[in-house]
Design a binder for this molecule. Sequence first.
Ligand SMILES: NC(=O)c1ccc[n+]([C@@H]2O[C@H](COP(=O)([O-])OP(=O)(O)OC[C@H]3O[C@@H](n4cnc5c(N)ncnc54)[C@H](O)[C@@H]3O)[C@@H](O)[C@H]2O)c1
Length: 316
Amino acid sequence: MAEIAIVGGGLMGHGIALVLALHGHAVRITDTDAQTRARVPTLMASALATLQEAGAAPEGWDSARLAQAVRVEAELEPAVTGTGLVIEAITENPEAKRGLFAELDRLCTADTILASNTSYLDVFPLIPEARQARALVMHWYTPPYIVDLVDVVPGPGTDPAVVAAMRDLVLGLGQVPIVLKRFVPGYVANRIQSAISAVVYELLDAGIAAPREIDDAIIHGLSLRIPILGHLAKADFTGLDLAQRALANAGHTPQGAPMRSQTLDALCAAGRTGVMAGRGYFDWGGREPEDLFRERDRKLLALKRAMAGIGRMEGT
Ligand SMILES: NC(=O)c1ccc[n+]([C@@H]2O[C@H](COP(=O)([O-])OP(=O)(O)OC[C@H]3O[C@@H](n4cnc5c(N)ncnc54)[C@H](O)[C@@H]3O)[C@@H](O)[C@H]2O)c1
């Protein structure tokens, strides 16, 4: 695609620029803060070195090539003029973002796509009406050159072709796009993380478990299965009838009140109770449960070995 501009060269902006450059895109980046602009090349070079040490960077890159691929501009106009996509990664402040979108509306051609990296602001009311069809959220995670997930979220007026094009762009970067139906603050991963936070602080403040115990529960129990099964495939293995009973058990839910899920109730009513029934959230392709358990267990053991080899953060 045409050159890509990134506005905001802070924590996120320089990392997104690195990912785009390493995948062959010509990038321009700008920031209102001179010190931040000066830091962009060194931060990218240092992240590139980390990727290279781990064998996770494409061949043939060094800081000189990176400096050619990512042009740092002091002003907004030369940074965005003629670009096909502008990624907004400035401070999470609605008035700053509104002001920037007005400037971009003035400087960019009508076909330029405007993508916001906002974490929790609904930016669509901040974007001029005429730009709505070519505006969307493209939300990355830090550090973007290691964490693959990118949320792609249309606004009320976004052209579906723009959503599809941005999903394809993210796929082409080797990242994992998820396309949501509409904006919700925190998207999926950060909303789940908020739910975890709520329970963690409840347990901590009630003195039920100390930080060490809470993090042991997360590292050795909760998270071990997540990389392979996510949450819903894990529920298929547990059995959805059990998941339904757990939700209905007031003592088991964070709210301390019984919960129901229409989706879960409908699956259980249809006999789709998970791996043992052959189908649940996922269709297990007619495979025997023993076969599925063996695959899961082999993968869990490989992950456990890798985690033991890596170890946890020193001091925790
Ligand atoms: N930090 C994270 O983990 C994370 C993850 C995903 C999304 N985000 C979102 O990405 C955006 C940027 O976050 P960050 O963590 O990189 O913040 P940051 O503070 O590190 O960087 C923001 C940069 O924007 C610059 N800036 C402010 N107004 C500007 C303008 N009008 N034009 C050009 N530059 C301007 C600032 O000088 C600053 O360097 C926010 O919307 C944030 O919510 C952050």
